[in-house]
Design a binder for this molecule. Structure first.
Ligand SMILES: Nc1ncnc2c1ncn2[C@@H]1O[C@H](COP(=O)(O)OP(=O)(O)O)[C@@H](O)[C@H]1O
Ligand SMILES: [Mg+2]
Length: 292
């Protein structure tokens, strides 16, 4: 039944207690910062080439030297071979297509250090036990955010949620699997006409439940952060995802449930946000028990 939207099978027998797996996030001096400071000839040439490339022309003012150095490091380490065009230019980050290791296509998400709504990032980070003691320094916040997205993607995958496979992270640059093909790009759920909304909803709801079981709430879930390719639904944009211990986790979950319920209601389904929430958390809601 759910085959056409490719509900992913969770990895079997992992039985990990995700809730207590807080990773240490180190945002001190990075290798990229050191490369940017040293500015040796090889890096200077690389930076010039990249700055002159068509797809980066508009970014000259937003990408600082350390960002170029992070890209340089990812190229040296073999995660990026060549850049393709931009897929998206968002408020906080740009996403590019690139050629990765062994001829695979990858997506490269570059967070801007001078992100305009940096204050909004702080609100998500504060209260997340993985980021205790993070400074109020812009750079540190954006670096922590990028690492958090990488860690969240990894955790979501382990929990059986279809997200892009995280490949590498360096400073404010994240390399991940490209969903879809360069010549046949994945679409946002908001951009397609959903052929079988019941099935799509069941898949989204199940992924929300698995994420919650793994101790995470997406925090910005809607038809804009669900992409679809080849009949497969993929959850993206996990930078803001918070653990269930976050003081605002309940509000984040409520909002996610409202967004998802509202989208599928517009697709002609009868989805109640409270029932969805009850399904996700495994707690009975009043209307759910009435209908049982
Ligand atoms: N791994 C990926 N594969 C394919 N497309 C992607 C991938 N990640 C992001 N995108 C595209 O880039 C857009 C922006 O990415 P997203 O992570 O949502 O960043 P933002 O914070 O700017 O919303 C997405 O809507 C999607 O179209
Ligand atoms: Mg997004």
């Amino acid at each position: 039944m759910t085959e056409e939207y490719g509900l992913l099978d969770p990895a079997e027998g992992e039985g990990e207690d995700f809730g207590d797996e807080w990773e240490e996030i180190d945002v001190s001096d990075t290798e990229a910062d050191r490369i940017a400071r040293k500015r040796d000839r090889k890096f200077a040439e690389f930076r010039k080439r990249l700055k002159d490339a068509d797809q980066f022309k508009v970014e000259q003012s937003v990408f600082d030297d350390a960002t170029f150095a992070a890209i340089y490091k990812l190229v040296q380490d073999g995660y990026i071979d060549a850049f393709g065009g931009p897929i998206s230019t968002g408020k906080e980050a740009n996403v590019y297509e690139a050629l990765g290791a062994e001829d695979t296509d990858v997506a490269v998400k570059i967070y801007r250090i001078n992100a305009s709504n940096f204050q909004h990032m702080r609100e998500y980070l504060e209260g997340d036990p993985r980021f205790e003691g993070i400074g109020s320094n812009k750079k540190e916040v954006v670096l922590a955010w990028t690492k958090k997205e990488f860690a969240n993607l990894r955790r979501a995958r382990k929990a059986g949620v279809r997200v892009p496979e995280p490949i590498a992270v360096e400073r404010n640059v994240l390399v991940m699997e490209l969903v879809g093909l360069v010549e046949d790009r994945a679409r946002r759920l908001a951009e397609v006409s959903v052929e079988n909304p019941e099935t799509a909803f069941e898949v989204v709801r199940e992924y929300m439940r698995r994420l919650y079981d793994a101790g995470l709430v997406h925090g910005d879930l809607s038809e804009y952060n669900l992409i679809i390719h080849d009949g497969e639904l993929v959850v993206i944009d996990m930078g803001q995802a918070a653990t269930v211990h976050h003081p605002n986790a309940d509000d984040f979950l409520d909002r996610d449930c409202r967004n998802v319920a509202s989208f599928f209601t517009r697709q002609g389904l009868d989805v109640d946000p409270d029932d969805l929430r009850a399904f996700v958390t495994g707690e009975a809601s009043e209307s759910a028990s009435e209908n049982a």
